[in-house]
Ligand binder design. Structure first.
Ligand code: G3I
Length: 393
């Protein structure tokens, strides 16, 4: 067994064993009827455990808000009280053609959230990636500005009063803290970020407005994000919060940088959120954390080691990493308003396909059958000790 085993309370590991999960977290994606009963029979609830601390969110897609899989359909409202659309509010989906929007899937997500009393964080109004194809054909700054203005005004306006918050601008920074040379920077100049927040504020005056990015806990990129927030404030534009995405590796968790960042951002008077949390357990081809979807790597021998299940030793390391993180989150719960996992279960995670396609990853708290993993019990256990709150408490 891995030497870090004693760091996860033995009772939590035992809870997982009793739940029938041991040696059964396989790569199978089928959710059996038994899985759904396990999820509802006395499994503690994350949203209940942390209800006095921060919201607990997840990222959802169309299948999930359509209740296609009964086990997932039960699990989501029991465990989470906030939703971020993983993909379906991205511009390429919402605004596929210059003069055409497709709101149906996003409307469905919003209705699902209302039905289950969950808070929606809109993701995302302005992002350099996942743009509609027609953007590539635009050559003039005027046309980019027209798309930009129309998109923010139309989308934020449609969901006024329904979407509680927006990731107004996503991933505008390079790793050194400078501004990414996106289509928006190139055509509209540095002022595009302020303009995006101004337009969002006009279209959805009651929505909270956030800047969201990965690696902004790292000192250089953090400095860039702090400057970005200060510039917004200096321009008289409202910015309510910052989203630290939280795509990290279990063996490369930057706890000190995360704590410094919580303090630095909240010192500017903005809410801090962890908006896309997942912890990869697979070998990283680059030896650093990144969520740059523009990068890919080739599959090589040894890069997909857990195709037939996750070894207990790695389950325990994952649990320890999540436990360390949530201890830190609780220490600063007065500054943190939401922690959102990037997906519901391991089978859904984008990390099965990034940065190498077709791997079997295990980055979340629920396995492919929606069963809680040791990491789930590690997280919930630090909040409530052994007296975890049960569902509906
Ligand atoms: O829907 C198509 C499907 O029809 C097709 O067969 C398949 C073949 O590749 O692709 C499917 O689309 C994929 C889509 O996810 C839905 O699974 C796209 O290729 C794929 O690029 C897309 O990836 C998403 C990625 O953003 C790019 O939009 C991931 O699901 C999503 O988790 C990821 O989320 C981002 C955040 O928005 C911003 N921060 C980083 C984070 C992780 O990259």
């Amino acid at each position: 067994m891995n030497r870090s085993l004693p760091l996860v309370p033995a009772c939590l590991f035992a809870a997982w064993l009793l739940s029938g999960c041991a040696a059964r977290q396989t790569a199978s994606s089928a959710a059996s009827p038994a899985a759904s009963s396990i999820v509802t029979s006395g499994t503690p609830s994350l949203k209940a455990a942390f209800k006095k601390d921060f919201l607990i969110g997840t990222a959802l897609n169309l299948d999930q808000v359509s209740d296609k899989d009964p086990a997932t359909a039960k699990l989501i409202p029991e465990q989470f009280n906030a939703i971020t659309p993983e993909n379906l509010m991205k511009a390429m989906h919402l605004h596929p053609e210059w003069n055409r929007y497709n709101f149906e899937p996003a409307d469905k997500l919003v209705a699902y959230a209302q039905q289950h009393d969950m808070r929606v964080n809109g993701h995302t109004l302005i992002w350099h990636s996942q743009l509609p194809g027609f953007i590539r054909r635009i050559k003039s700054a005027d046309s980019v500005r027209q798309f930009f203005t129309d998109h923010i005004t139309t989308v934020a306006g449609r969901y006024k009063g329904k979407v509680a918050s927006w990731d107004v601008v996503n991933e505008a920074l390079n790793e050194d803290g400078s501004l990414r040379k996106s289509v928006f920077l190139q055509h509209l100049g540095e002022g595009y970020i302020t303009e995006a927040f101004r337009l969002a504020q006009q279209a959805a005056p009651d929505a909270e407005l956030y800047y969201n990015d990965y690696n902004i806990e790292q000192p250089k990129k953090r400095a860039g994000a702090l400057t970005l927030i200060k510039n917004l404030k200096a321009a008289g534009v409202r910015v309510d919060g910052v989203g630290i995405q939280g795509h990290w590796h279990i063996d490369n968790l930057p706890l000190a940088a995360i704590e410094e960042s919580i303090l630095a951002y909240s010192a500017l008077g903005v809410k801090v959120m962890f908006t896309e949390l997942d912890l990869t357990v697979l070998p990283n081809p680059w030896q650093n954390n990144t969520a740059d979807v523009g990068r890919t790597a080739e599959a090589k021998a040894g890069m997909n080691p857990y195709t037939s299940g996750l070894p207990d030793s790695v389950q325990v390391r994952l649990g320890k990493a999540y436990e360390d993180l949530f201890r830190l989150f609780l220490k600063h719960k007065d500054k943190i308003s939401r922690v959102t996992f990037w997906g519901v279960n391991d089978g859904q995670s984008w990390l099965n396909n990034f940065p190498i396609r077709g791997r079997t990853n295990y980055p979340l708290l629920f396995d492919r059958e929606n069963k809680p993993k040791p990491a789930f019990y590690a997280v919930i256990g630090i909040r409530n000790g052994n007296n975890t709150e049960k569902l509906n408490d």
